[in-house]
Ligand binder design. Structure first.
Ligand SMILES: [Zn+2]
Ligand SMILES: [Zn+2]
Length: 394
């Protein structure tokens, strides 16, 4: 049964930074151990309540467990004991899908999460005649483009895949696949993937988002189908999408997405730079971008923002997942502490901190998330680590 979408439905398919990461065997065993221990403790406590004075039980095994072994009994037991699920922090690299109340399908970035995302979109489309997907890219890095050639939407000639982003985003896809230029831009044909536009029958078009007041930079480039001025919002039905530049420092876009007054801000791979004087050129660029991020995030309902490092890790006093530190300045990512400060200053109702470092252990992910939960209780604004497979209805 499909549930009605009031305004926007946001689905996190990939929230992992830099590369796909799943818990190791040892981490899975550890999580299972705690889940089993939790169950044992709860069963023990419940059975203990039923003991008579001699410490004997006077009921059947079936009564104790609430039914015969099977799916139904297990489901009821889970509900009764409120057993916590293992949280899925990492997994696939960045991909977020948005469905709008008026039927548009929007995707933010095509990391490895795009494969599952595209499968869900093709399932939804079925044999429908309306087959338009709008992809808004942040930047060209591999963890934001790597899922493109694995996505089912690219292999059906009835599908229309509209890709919007900065020049580097469009170029990154085209130089591997030639989907926009149909050859001319395919500098890397066959090097990173066996696929190319000849094997991908969907209809692709590209829109470069740029500052069109800078007229000299518009080239007759076969990678770019059309241009959209970054100073203007892009409209899809009732949804208004405003792009803005962040500091990565390679060109990178964030997006503010508004629908019926509900606001979702997507800001991945942005660094609030630390540690240099205010007149350092990169520091100035970072601070200017941060100012824009704050303006765009003001009073947002939901913010997804990159917080790859803790401050001690950024400063190189401690490593990520290892005690040996290395400075993370100019790696292009922000600190968790700065994201929280920013979200509070901007009165963001719910902040999801994503782009997890690939070396972040599962124990640390749990610990950071629990710290954020405590901060939420203190401030009344919600903070959490982004988890794959989260669905948010706005
Ligand atoms: Zn990234
Ligand atoms: Zn990046």
């Amino acid at each position: 049964m499909t549930v009605r979408i009031d305004n926007l439905r946001i689905h996190f398919y990939g929230v992992q930074g830099s590369g796909s990461v799943f818990p190791s065997k040892a981490e899975r065993e550890e999580a299972r151990f705690y889940a089993d221990l939790q169950l044992l403790e709860k069963l023990y406590a419940e059975f203990q309540e039923r003991e008579n004075q001699q410490g004997q039980l006077e009921c059947s095994v079936e009564e104790l467990f609430g039914g015969p072994p099977g799916r139904k009994t297990l489901k009821e037991m889970r509900g009764r004991f409120e057993l916590t699920e293992q949280r899925v922090y990492g997994g696939w690299t960045t991909c977020i899908r948005i469905e709008t109340s008026d039927g548009y399908d929007i995707v933010l970035d095509c990391g490895s999460g795009f494969r599952n995302c595209a499968q869900d979109i093709t399932d939804k489309w079925g044999d429908s005649d309306e087959r338009h997907l709008y992809i808004f890219g942040s930047h060209a890095h591999f963890d934001h483009t790597e899922g493109f050639d694995q996505a089912a939407v690219c292999f059906d000639p009835r599908n229309n895949v509209h890709v919007l982003g900065n020049y580097h985003y469009l170029k990154a896809l085209d130089q591997n696949l030639g989907i926009f230029s149909e050859k001319a831009g395919m500098d890397l044909k066959g090097i990173q993937t066996p696929l190319n536009y000849e094997l991908m029958p969907a209809n692709f078009d590209s829109t470069e988002i740029r500052d069109l007041s800078q007229k000299e930079s518009i080239l007759n480039d076969p990678v770019v189908g059309q241009y959209h001025d970054i100073r203007e919002p892009f409209r899809l039905g009732k949804t208004v999408i405003q792009a803005f530049e962040v500091f990565h420092p390679d060109p990178c876009l964030g997006y503010r997405i508004e629908h019926n007054g509900k606001v979702f801000v997507y800001c991945t791979d942005h660094e609030l730079r630390r540690g240099d004087t205010d007149d350092h050129p990169l520091q100035i660029a970072s601070m200017e971008a941060e100012k824009v991020v704050r303006e765009q995030s003001s009073n947002a309902d939901v913010l997804y923002r990159d917080g790859q490092f803790l401050q001690v890790e950024y400063d190189g006093l401690q490593g990520v997942g290892t005690p040996i530190g290395v400075s993370r300045k100019d790696w292009g990512h922000s600190c968790v502490e700065d994201v929280m400060e920013m979200a509070e200053a901007c009165n963001v109702k719910h902040t999801y901190i994503g782009h997890h470092d690939p070396n972040r252990t599962w124990v640390e992910r749990n610990w950071i998330d629990e710290t954020l939960a405590r901060r939420s209780e203190q401030t009344g604004l919600k903070f959490e680590l982004a988890k794959a497979e989260t669905i948010i209805d706005l």
